[in-house]
Write a protein that binds this ligand. Structure first.
Ligand SMILES: [Zn+2]
Length: 285
């Protein structure tokens, strides 16, 4: 069963709770918000937040197998630093898709007022390792982080999956917000992107994973999205189109805004960076 809120459900809630529309009553000042910021906070609802965006893989990682294949500790087991990622049958790479969607998502989030931390700054580099990517988010104390991917699944399977962490001690303090974020992302991405939930991975678009460095080592609310299946012809036609990539980025930004908005309204000004302690350890030397 797919649990998707009725269209406009959370929008309705926001609208009905918007006292700004009743102009007659003098507004009670909200703690931590300077006078005159009401309009600004509506225009930049994510002001004061920090978001981590990880475009999975990298465009030239294939050129340095000894680096990409060296082993790292992912919190539960040894795995390779990264992989090259998958590609469509036509040769369009996952690394390029991930970069395009991440770049657009970052632009959307900045327009909403967020500061964005990226793990790579183009699609012509090598790495970094998956452990370094999550360490970047932990060090920056981002309020939420997302790794953007597209899957190399069975050609007959369609759709997207959100991979969420499983408690392992390191990440235990952020399991609940990570699951809340994953559920919001599943609902909003499913509603706005036009991509169906996966027919071959997870349940209703959600899949807990305990063998990925990001999930295992995170100290911030975190998820990974497989935006579709690059090996499926129908999904590939979408994933390679600029229109779908913009729609995917808009859906992801909307989900992040939905996750962070209660925080921006009630908490961000008082405690902007209080989710999880510092990441001191990433992997044994
Ligand atoms: Zn990937």
């Amino acid at each position: 069963m797919l649990v998707i809120p009725a269209p406009g459900q959370w929008k309705l809630r926001t609208t009905s709770a918007a006292p700004a529309m009743r102009a007659a009553a003098p507004a009670r000042p909200r703690p931590g918000l300077a006078t005159g910021t009401r309009g600004a906070s509506r225009a930049r609802p994510l002001a004061g937040t920090v978001v981590g965006i990880d475009p999975g893989h990298n465009g030239r990682s294939w050129s340095d197998p000894s680096f990409i294949n060296h082993l790292i500790w992912n919190g539960r087991e040894w795995e390779s630093c990264d992989t090259t990622g998958t590609a469509t049958d036509g040769g369009y790479t996952e690394a390029q898709f991930n970069w395009n969607v991440a770049f657009q998502t970052a632009a959307d989030l900045r327009a909403l007022g967020a500061r964005v931390v990226l793990t790579r700054h183009g699609n012509d580099g090598i790495g970094p390792c998956v452990t370094q990517r999550i360490a970047t988010f932990n060090r920056a104390h981002v309020n939420v982080a997302l790794s953007i991917h597209a899957d190399g699944g069975p050609p007959g399977g369609r759709g997207f999956t959100v991979l969420e962490p499983v408690a392992d001690g390191i990440n235990s303090r952020v399991i609940r917000p990570s699951r809340r974020f994953a559920a919001i992302l599943r609902n909003v991405y499913g509603r706005l992107s036009g991509m169906p939930v996966s027919t071959y991975d997870g349940v209703d678009g959600l899949q807990p994973r305990d063998n990925l460095a990001g999930e295992n080592l995170t100290r911030v609310p975190y998820a990974l999205i497989e935006c579709g299946n690059m090996r499926n012809a129908t999904d590939a036609a979408l994933l390679t189109s600029a229109t779908f990539q913009r729609r995917a980025a808009a859906a992801i930004s909307a989900a992040i805004e939905r996750f962070l908005r209660p925080r921006t309204q009630r908490e961000a000004r008082r405690s902007p960076r209080r989710i999880g302690p510092d990441a001191r350890r990433v992997a044994p030397a």
